[in-house]
Design a protein around this ligand. Structure first.
Ligand SMILES: Nc1ncnc2c1ncn2[C@@H]1O[C@H](COP(=O)(O)OP(=O)(O)OP(=O)(O)O)[C@@H](O)[C@H]1O
Ligand SMILES: O=C(O)c1ccc[n+]([C@@H]2O[C@H](COP(=O)([O-])O)[C@@H](O)[C@H]2O)c1
Length: 202
């Protein structure tokens, strides 16, 4: 595998948590651990995005966000990667197409907090994304109700796997998604940024 591309072997089940990670925090680490447990994943790849196409605000430099994410997400099963910068992709549909082609025999699951499901129908080619990989949605404070009423959830309601069957998500026929509840951590990058420049802190 080329430099900058995480290693995966055939048969592995990998959850992909895309995000700005501006900066990474305990909520991300918690989501990754819970996703491994609930969906029976071998690894979680945290894809530190060059920039969310829906966010006008320019994030902190990628290298700073990567360094902080590596500190916060220190778990041997969690890989922090800037693979989108190496692929040259910005939209999730493109990224997934590239990863699926590059890693034959690897099963990918796209992970997101419930807040992302609310605006998922605004993502580029969102219906293609749900046709490409199963989607695991994890509860986030304040977002559970609105996420259930989200357009994507409504349109694909019949494709929802119940929380109790979440371990089947990586293997279920597509389209398939699951919403799992978990003990929630009320943390956000927005709140950390509001408290000051996180790059100046140890
Ligand atoms: N506390 C949390 N609980 C559950 N999911 C979370 C939590 N924080 C972030 N996530 C999820 O992690 C992914 C990446 O999030 P992101 O990097 O945008 O962090 P954020 O805290 O939401 O940032 P911001 O406040 O800048 O929007 C998203 O799918 C988001 O829903
Ligand atoms: O592809 C899109 O249109 C799209 C629109 C909004 C967000 N995303 C992805 O969703 C992930 C979460 O983004 P963020 O900024 O909310 O952390 C990250 O991987 C983004 O690239 C993707």
């Amino acid at each position: 595998m080329r430099q900058g591309f995480p290693i995966a072997t055939k048969g592995m089940v990998i959850g992909i948590l895309g995000g700005s990670f501006d900066p990474a925090h305990a909520g991300h680490a918690h989501l990754a651990r819970e996703a491994i447990k609930r969906f029976g994943l071998d690894r979680v790849w945290c894809l530190v995005s060059p920039g969310n196409p829906l966010k006008a605000r320019q994030p902190a430099p990628l290298a700073d966000r990567m360094a902080r994410a590596r500190k916060v997400l220190h778990d041997p099963r969690v890989i922090v990667t800037d693979v989108e910068a190496h692929l040259g992709t910005r939209y999730t549909a493109q990224t997934l197409e590239a990863l699926i082609a590059l890693y034959p025999g690897v099963r990918f699951v796209w992970l997101m907090g419930a807040d992302n499901l609310i605006q998922f129908d605004q993502w580029d080619r969102w219906r293609d994304i749900i046709a490409m990989v199963p989607i695991g949605v994890l509860a986030r404070p304040g977002s559970r109700g609105p996420a259930r009423r989200a357009k994507a959830a409504q349109v694909f309601w019949h494709s929802r796997l119940p929380d109790s069957a979440a371990r089947l998500l990586p293997y279920a026929p597509l389209p398939r998604w699951s919403f799992v509840n978990m003990p929630m951590i009320d943390m956000s990058s927005t709140a950390i940024r509001a408290a000051g420049d996180w790059r100046k802190k140890p």
